[in-house]
Design a protein around this ligand. Sequence first.
Ligand SMILES: [Zn+2]
Length: 131
Amino acid sequence: MHTTHDIKNLLDIQDPNITFSDACVEIKQDRGKVCKFISATLTYTPTHCAVCGMKNEHFSVIKNGTQTSRITLPLTGMHRTFLLLKKQRFFCKRCSCTFVARSSIVDRHCFISNQTKARVTMKATERNPSR
Ligand SMILES: [Zn+2]
């Protein structure tokens, strides 16, 4: 519980459906560079099917595995930091479709991730002064 609270404050994540376990920060090599990986889980009970829109009644929408996304975090520090978000997958018995748990933070961090890319481009430009 404490871990989730502290890390959420650190990463500025407010989504109550995202939890962090103890020892969720791992430092390992990624393509020859040392990176930090923070693991989190996103899960909840959906009120409706995201595909057909039918209400989740009598367990019509069930949990069906997970899907992990790697999101670049805009943390400053020695190493690049990624959030490994394990997202709950759901299966709707009514329409026989699967869908993945959603979180506003994922979109937000994708946006920040794009900002990070823009910054890298700007830095690369700075190295080549215009004549
Ligand atoms: Zn459905």
